[in-house]
Each structure stands twice: as C-alpha cells, then as structure tokens.
Design a protein around this ligand. Sequence first.
Ligand SMILES: [Zn+2]
Length: 327
Amino acid sequence: MPTLRSLYCSAAFLLSAILLFGFNAVGQQAQVSSNSPSPVHPTAEQDHRIALTFDDLPVHGPLPQGLTREDIANSIIHALKSADAPPIYGFVNATWLKSDPSTAQVLQLWRNAGFPLGNHTFSHMDPNTNSLEAFEKNILDDEPTLKKFMDGQDWHWLRFPYLHEGETPEKHHAIMDFLKLHNYRVAQITLSFGDYNYNEPYARCLAKNDQPAIEQLKQSYLDGANEQLTDGPKLANLIYGRDIKHIMLLHIGGFETVMLPKLLELLRQRGWNLITLPDATSDPVYASDPELPTYGGTFLQQVMNARHITPPPPTGGSKLNLDAICR
Ligand SMILES: [Zn+2]
C-alpha cells in the first residue's frame, strides 16, 4: 500500500512535471551551477514578485545526521533574514507538539524571528480521503497552538495538506464555506519544484558521505527552481495575459539548510522580489475560485483545468532519479 505521503509526492510530482517540463528549453538556458557562488542569469527579468511559504512546521522529513529540528529552523530563518525577507508564513501541524513537546521550540524560533504561523491542519489530514466533519475538526484542533504562539496576531490562513481541496465540488464548496465562516483565507501556491522530494535522498547521501551525489542533488534542486521561475510567469501570461504575484511552496526540511541560501540568491539574480503572503494574495486573481470536478494542485494548474487550457507539451529532459540515488 502506498503511503499518503508517497501518493502526495506522486500526484504533486505529476503536476510539477507538467509545470517543470513545459518550458524546459528556456529553463535549461537558465540553469545555474551549484558550484558557482554567484550564478549569473542570462536574461534580465523585471520585477517578479513572490511570497515564500514553509509547510510542515515543526517537523518535515528525516533529520540529516548532525542536525536537530532547531538547527534546521535556525538555518532557514538565518538565510531568510540575510536576504532581508519580509515576514514568512510557516504552516503548522500541531500534532508534533503532542508527540514530542520539544518540537515547540521550532515554532518559538519562527515567532522570535517575527515570522507568522498559519494552519496546515492538526495532523496533515487529506480532505479528499477523510470526511468533511473530520477535516473541519482537524483544522480546529490546530488552532490552540496557533493562538498560543501568535499571541494576539492573525493566524487565519490555511494551507491545504497535499494541496487537496476536496474531491467533489460539493465537498470543496462546503470546506470553503467553513473556512469563510471561520475567517480563514486560503494560502494558494503557484510555484513548486517538489523541494520535499530532496530531504530523504539528502539524508541518505550525507550518511554515506557521497559528495558527488550531493552535488547532483544540489544541481537538480536548482534546475527545478529555475524551471519554475521561468514557467510560472509564462503560465500566468498564458492564463491572464500578465504576470501575477506568485506564491512558492517550500518545506522546513534538512536539505533547505544547504539550498535555501542558493535559492534566495537565484531569486535575487533573476529579479524576483520577496513579498508577504497577504501581499501576494491581494492579487485579484486569487479572489476567483475555479469551478472544477475535483480540487487539487497549484492554483495555476486549477485555473488551467477549469478553463480547459492545455499546458505547453512537455519537452522532457533528463532528471535525477531521487528515489534511486545513494541506495
Ligand atoms: Zn504539508
């Protein structure tokens, strides 16, 4: 039986593959070597705006050897602060605080940095495979932790686990009614390169001290990020005739301690400015809720599905086999 996470990864990977490979020819021109500390992008791009978001606080993926959960949080916070990032939302599964109270320290570090927290459900529950009532309860069960750590500030943002928003229109609209009643806004995403897929391979490769393989992981991560930064604005233009304010899905995983500074440098090089999630979501495109037979995937993917827009055909290209590396 595949696990929920593996199902998510499969589904998310397929979506990512459509987005990643769609404009691969351009993306490949934009590749940045992980060996180069100052990647130079060949095309001058103007004024893209992006909100970074981090899911699965306080625990995501395996711990690479030598690191604690606090180390990962501190590293991510330090990288964001060094890049003058605005307040960055972290989406919480409070179940971890019940099973291991020490993980609360990750939330405290996030708050000490001035970064806000949002709801990712108590136990990372999939709304598509659980009842409406169970899903709503799981949202509510996350709230005491958010209230405690946000200390009077607003935390009414939901990031759907697995990016699933209900497997039928009826369930989706019931969830959206519930969220509206409880004053939530949905933290959509437009950009994901499957950063969550790198944490297990990284932990394996680090345990084997396989440095060439780790270099491959770094390059693959940057290739994926580069393609998304190329494809996102192109898809937005295809749908809306203009670029939009983007939102990127990231996770609080071990490989970000290595890659987040490189990702932030890539964003800077390519002319992407960091904005807050509320600012990004103020783009009027997010006010629409596309009518779909089933809800999931990135916001742009959903809108393309609703409007029957065919994404550009995949152009392929060799990708690292993350499941096989360092076995
Ligand atoms: Zn998650």
